[in-house]
Each structure stands twice: as C-alpha cells, then as structure tokens.
Design a protein around this ligand. Structure first.
Ligand code: NOJ
Length: 561
C-alpha cells in the first residue's frame, strides 16, 4: 500500500471571485479568503485548490493569464497572497494553485512579442500557421465556439486558440516555452505552495498541424485524436516531473477532458513519474447525448453512473489514483443536477456526498457544495457573465435564429454560472458576500441556504460533510480499501462495499425520491457509520430505504466481500 498525504486529504476548491469580498467592490478577494479560513478549519478540509488569482484581463475569469507572477488587482497584492499561504499553513491547510499553461492571455507580453513579427524571438512561443486561401488552416473548433484559429492581420497568419480568441495556445514543442513554464512553477513552489491543479494539461501537445488535419468533418473522435492525450503530453509531463515536480513534496492533479481509465493510468501510475491524479469527465457527460455538446440534455441513467464510476474505481485500483468530484466552477450545482433541490434538498445533497466520499480516491468539494447551494435561474441573459454561456447564446440566437425561450432551459441546467454565484454566507443582504454590488447576482435562495444557518443546525448538510471528512481520517478502509459494486441491476440503489485487511464497509444509497428496498444478503451490520436519516442496525436482511436515504454500515467480520 503506497501511502501518501494527498491520498488521505480532502480538497476544497475556492473560486476567488465568488468566495468572499473584503473591500466592498463586489468581487471576492484574497483578504476575504483569509477571513474565512477558520470556517474551512471547522469543515475539516486540509487542502485548498485556489482557482487562478494571477494578473488577467478576465476574458475567462482568470483562466487567461497575462502575468504568471503577479496577483490580479481585483484580488489584492502579492503580500496578501503571502499572508494567505502563511495563515493556511498555520492551520495545517495546504495550498494548491491553478496552473494554466495550455494557453496564456493574448495580453501576456510573450504574445504581444509573438504577434509583432514573424522573426520575433517569441514568435514560436505560440502556434502560427498560414491560412488555406481565405480559410483558417484547419476546421478545428474552439471550446467556446467558432473557429479555433484567429487571423492576425499584422503578419497575415492565424494563431491557434482552443478556448477564446483571447487565450492563444502555447507551443509546447518549443523548449524555451517549457523552460519558462518550469521556471515560473519553481517561483511558486519556492514560495511554499503545495501543488498544482493543471488546467487542460492533456491538451498541451497537438499533432503536427497540417492542412490535412481537418478533423470535424471526420467526426469528433478524429478531432480529439489531434488535440487530446497525444504522446507528446506524456513526454512533457515526464520532463516537468524530472525538472520540477520531483524536487518538492507536492500534489498534482491534471484536468484531462476526454481521458479514459487506460489513459489516466498513463498519467498517474507511480512508475511513470508524471502526475498524482487526473480529473476525468466521463461521469460529467452522462446527462447529455453522447458526442454532442453539453447543452443537449438527457436524463442521467443510474445504471450508466454505476457502470462508469465503478469502472474508474476498478481500473485504477492497483495503479494510478482517482480524484472524486461532483462539482467545480465549470459544472452545475450537484444537488440541482443529480439530486432534488426542491423536495429533498438535504437528503439528496447528503446522499450524493456519501456516495462520492466513501469511494476510493481524493475527494474534492467545491465552495458552497457543503451547504447545498443550488443552480441559478436568471430571467435574462443579461445577468449571465460566463463567456461560454454568452457565446453559446449568441451563436444560437444571432447566428442560428433560435428563440431565447428555447435556449434558456439548457442554460438553466448547464451554465457554468450556476457554480459561480456568490458564496452564501448569511441571510443578510447580498448573502453576506459583499457590501457592494456583486459582479454576478446572488442566488435569491440565500435566505434559506447559507453558512450561518448551516453552522447552527447540527443536522445540516454542512455538518454531514464535516462528519464524512472526519470519517476518512478515522477509517483507513475509506482511503485505501478495495471497492466492489453491489447489485449492479438495482434500478434505484447505488451500493458498494469497501474492504481493507478484514475491515468492511457497505455503502447503500437510494438515488431517487421514492422509497425502495435493498437486500443485504447474508451480511451482518455491526455499526451505523453514517446515515442521512436516523438509523439503527437493521432488523432483517431486507432494508427499507426512504427518499434519497444513504447508510454506511461497518460489517461484522464474518460477512464476506
Ligand atoms: C478549464 C477551466 O476549468 C475552465 O474554467 C477554463 O475556461 C478552461 N479550462 C480554459 O482555461
């Protein structure tokens, strides 16, 4: 058993813009985070992943960086950041920074140089190609819509941007780019950061881009083969590991869209010396039509979720390591997405938490998830701020002539702004997030869903998360135990066992709002470890489950896995 601190940790993600505003300008900031660290201590997490706080023109809320070694004015100063790290370390909380190096902002000085002339020393820091006549070099599409190529008049060439046109992709083939990135990473590591979450890191190598790389007409799979998980990514990560990561006791998690378990093992197997874990997206794609954009909604099938999460548990059982998450700043709120935020808010939020936190891997909690924050419905598109949402709306309404009423339902379900409304601290005006006008409006349900109220109520979602986090510290089986799915065909229950050196847990989750039953077989429960309803030991093998009920039993040693 390869024990590591990052396997035993629970991570909390902070999206700084929306966390807490200390100076009344309507934007969350670093001083705001410092003032809330005791809250995080109370919750019990021991690692924070901080979304970007670097200098940025904010085309994509900080994921477009114009200076990797400076702090964005909106968020404060480098002194504030130093104090944040210090205050976190004093409380035993580690800090993982976001590393966004697939692309920079077009306002980064490297890009300003690069676009200035074809023979500028920085020209080759980015990916420039001549067009095909009046057309872009290839038919690649950017994640936020439109061509992935932007024409630049000055030198009569196109540059590649897999995200917005203000996020040009770096050319990782250029050794000088890699060395500059490594040097920047050392800058932060030498300041004492405890790791990196690496933004779309499996996209840093692109296949040699030729006109024949037209991809979409050949289908999505073909396009992906040019853009994701190319062998070069592994070469770069091994080099990065050797030159930088291996020199520090840190954790690394790579954001890897389109990654399969087989690929994930390549990134995370210890002997390959690349990363500790990846964020995979397969379970996040189960409520859309396969191969279609995220806006094309489909009801989640429990069977698909069971198969998928179990596949990841099993395939990474002996090699590699899983990250466990339901939400982040790009995903809708879990309780609205997979639970019932109206009739069974507490029950479904805690059931989902149980299901995830009892699995093998490192759990991630996204700010507000621990109090059951929900999706937002703004009546007007004017109130949305996210570039992906706004581009989608524009494309559908202005270019494709669709009616707003036909577009908004998917935005309500999937917009990234669902996760970005301000953290709800109290029932005070603006949810206690700011004394000014928030950069994005607060969710009106803050009167009922907020931290102050959650802390007071011993039965709240918050206190349930706190307990789940403590359990992970108390029971090694939760961290390192073997996973086995039970009753794969049960239509409404997701159940599994965990086992380590004879210590066994059974996790039983009713995924829906109707009552159901579950057969324990000949297992004997010895103790209720946690449950979101008042529960005692079962009187018979067949247990009745109430809406969204979750129970974890420790099993008697004589029960078999
Ligand atoms: C993934 C990040 O999580 C997302 O917020 C961002 O828009 C893209 N990468 C581009 O950096």
């Amino acid at each position: 058993m390869d024990k590591q601190w990052w396997k035993e940790s629970v991570v909390y993600q902070i999206y700084p813009r929306s966390f807490y505003d200390s100076n009344g300008d309507g934007i969350g900031d670093i001083k705001g985070i410092i003032s809330k660290l005791d809250y995080l201590t109370e919750l019990g997490i021991n690692v924070v992943w901080l979304s970007p706080v670097y200098e940025s023109p904010n085309d994509d809320n900080g994921y477009d960086i114009s200076d990797y070694k400076a702090i964005m004015d909106d968020f404060g100063t480098m002194e504030d950041w130093d104090q944040l790290l210090d205050e976190m370390h004093k409380r035993g909380i580690k800090l993982v920074m976001d590393l966004v190096v697939n692309h920079t902002s077009d306002e980064h000085h490297w890009f300003a140089e690069s676009r200035s002339s074809k023979d500028n020393p920085y020209r080759d820091y980015y990916i420039w190609r001549p067009g095909k006549g009046d057309e872009p070099p290839t038919d690649w599409i950017a994640s936020f819509g439109g061509s992935a190529w932007e024409y630049d008049k000055k030198t009569d060439e196109y540059f590649l941007h897999m995200f917005s046109r203000k996020q040009p992709d770096l050319n990782w083939e250029n050794e000088q780019v890699r060395q500059d990135v490594y040097e920047m990473m050392r800058f932060w590591l030498d300041k004492g950061v405890d790791g990196f979450r690496m933004d779309v890191i499996n996209m840093i190598s692109k296949k040699e881009i030729l006109p024949s790389c037209d991809a979409y007409q050949k289908g999505d799979a073909e396009a992906e083969a040019y853009q994701f998980n190319l062998p070069g990514v592994h070469d770069y990560l091994r080099e990065m590991n050797e030159e930088v990561l291996s020199k520090y006791d840190i954790m690394t998690v790579g954001e890897c869209p389109k990654v399969t378990p087989e690929e994930a093992i390549k990134y995370t197997a210890v002997e390959r010396q690349e990363l500790n874990m990846v964020f995979q997206f397969e379970h996040m794609g189960l409520d859309k039509h396969k191969g279609r954009p995220k806006w094309e909604l489909k009801e989640l099938e429990l069977r698909d979720l069971k198969n998928n999460l179990s596949k990841w548990q099993e395939e990474l059982a002996n090699s590699g390591w899983n990250s466990l998450y339901w939400s982040n700043h790009d995903q809708p709120r879990t309780v609205s997405r997979f639970g019932d935020d109206t009739h069974y808010h507490r029950e479904s939020a805690t059931m989902l938490a149980t299901l995830l936190h009892m699995m093998k891997g490192t759990p991630y909690i996204y700010q507000g998830e621990e109090i059951g924050m929900t999706n937002i419905h703004f009546d007007s598109i004017e109130d949305y701020r996210d570039i992906e949402t706004l581009n989608h709306y524009r494309e559908m309404v202005e270019e494709k002539g669709m009616r707003p009423v036909d577009i908004m339902p998917a935005i309500y379900v999937k917009s990234r702004d669902n996760a970005r409304t301000p953290m709800q601290w109290s029932a005070e005006e603006k949810a206690g997030f700011t004394t000014g006008t928030p950069w994005i409006d607060v969710n009106p349900n803050y009167q009922n869903i907020n931290v102050e109220q959650a802390l007071e109520d011993k039965d709240s979602i918050f206190h349930y998360y706190k307990k789940l986090i403590q359990l992970r510290r108390q029971h090694e089986v939760i961290v390192y135990g073997k996973y086995q799915l039970l009753d794969a065909d049960h239509p409404s229950v997701f159940a599994y066992e965990r086992e380590l050196n004879g210590d066994q847990l059974i996790v039983i989750c009713n995924f829906y709002g109707e009552e159901t039953t579950f057969d324990l077989g000949n297992r004997k429960a010895a103790e209720v470890v946690i449950s979101n309803y008042a529960n005692e030991l079962p009187a018979s093998d067949e247990i009745k489950l109430r809406p969204y009920e979750a129970i974890v039993y420790r099993l008697d040693n004589n029960s078999r896995m």
